[in-house]
Design a protein around this ligand. Structure first.
Ligand code: M6R
Length: 369
């Protein structure tokens, strides 16, 4: 049942190219226009949407945070991402032109379900992005976009995370298309690039030996920090969450720009820090800014584990390790940069002799508030 892998998590990490492919399958018609056939909100209503809330927990919330950058960029609709348990009790500003998008692998997370019900009671349109057919959250929502990523058994979410990002991107491009040609221009091009992502994930998975070695050498590490910027920021937090869950190590993800506002005080000789580096063509010089963050922490003794695009030589002088990812346009990078972080957490957990698929104190779906 584990398909020859030692754990479900390893199997599911390796299923990620297929998961993303299946999430994207059948989303465009013969003219290259996006179609979402399981949408039970009219196009008229959707084109009137002026605000989006994304509600989710844990890894699903990090998928939502990643999607915010892309959906706002493509649609110019303001997107707010709320942890579902916070949304429910914070008096959110919601009306009938608000789309509340829930993201959930299981479709049974009680916090997320309560947020959806609350949103509906306030008159919002609700759309569920979900992996589990016939589960409760899709049933309680006006529209559904299934991931089709296949069952995820390991408690730590991996392939669903990639499916969630891909599904949110499809939704963003669809909304962009509804808002007219100026917004839709990019859609075809982005979809074409998205279809090429599974092969790039496969290339990453074919070359994980070094990440595995790094993980095994780090079995005694007590704390790991993760830095990222823009779409790399939620990926830093996701990398930290994977490590907490799987290896019971204190781990924290920061926005790289926050370093000098506090977290840099944590840097002492030997402190391992993963840095998710934006590609060199990221707007606003973000690449250069993150490279100088690496330089700053390295000067203070940090052990820098750098995730950077193939061909990015700027990081090399300041990196103790460079983990390469294939090139992609900036908004699509998260679908690649998260993979080595998942692989790292998997092997660190294994190196410590822990239960990869069923970490202590956790349940696959959290059905209580
Ligand atoms: O089933 P859901 O996507 O609604 O679950 C949400 C979180 O409980 C879940 O992502 C959790 O954070 C995972 N264990 C992360 O690996």
């Amino acid at each position: 049942e584990k398909g020859g892998y030692a754990t479900f998590m390893e199997k599911e990490i390796n299923e990620q190219p297929a998961a993303v492919r299946d999430t994207l399958l059948g989303r465009t018609d013969e003219n290259g226009r996006l179609v979402l056939d399981d949408m039970r909100i009219s196009e008229e209503e959707l084109s009137q949407i002026h605000r989006i809330y994304i509600v989710a927990c844990g890894t699903a919330a990090y998928a939502g945070m990643t999607a915010k950058y892309a959906i706002e960029h493509w649609t110019r609709i303001p997107v707010e991402v709320a942890l579902a348990h916070e949304f429910r009790y914070c008096d959110p500003i919601v009306d009938e032109r608000t789309l509340v998008v829930s993201i959930s692998q299981s479709g049974e997370t009680m916090d997320t379900l309560m947020a959806v019900k609350h949103a509906r009671s306030l008159g919002a349109k609700t759309l569920a992005i979900c992996n589990t057919h016939g589960s409760t959250i899709p049933r309680e929502s006006d529209a559904v976009l299934y991931l089709h990523a296949g069952p995820e058994i390991a408690v730590a979410s991996t392939k669903a995370f990639l499916g969630m990002i891909a599904a949110c991107y499809v939704l963003g491009l669809y909304l962009a298309q509804l808002r007219g040609e100026t917004y839709a221009d990019d859609a075809k091009q982005v979809m074409a690039e998205l279809h090429g992502i599974p092969d790039k994930i496969q290339a990453l998975l074919d070359d994980t030996e070094r990440v595995k070695e790094i993980a095994f050498f780090m079995a005694d590490t007590r704390s790991v920090l993760f830095l990222g910027r823009n779409v790399g920021y939620p990926i830093a937090m996701e990398g930290a969450l994977k490590l907490k869950e799987l290896a019971y190590i204190h781990a924290e993800g920061f926005a790289a720009g926050e370093l000098k506002h506090g977290p840099i005080a944590l840097i002492e000789p030997g402190q391992p820090v993963f840095i998710v580096v934006p590609g060199p063509d990221t707007p606003h010089d973000l690449h250069k800014k993150v490279v100088s963050n690496i330089q700053e922490i390295r000067a203070r003794g940090a052990r820098t584990l750098v995730i950077a695009e193939e061909g990015d030589e700027d990081v090399v002088p300041f990196a103790d390790e460079v983990i390469r990812v294939p090139q992609a346009s900036p908004l699509l990078e998260p679908l690649l940069t998260v993979v080595p972080l998942q692989v790292f957490a998997l092997h660190l957990s294994t190196a410590k002799g822990l239960d990869v698929d069923q970490p202590r104190n956790l349940a696959k779906s959290v059905t209580v508030e």
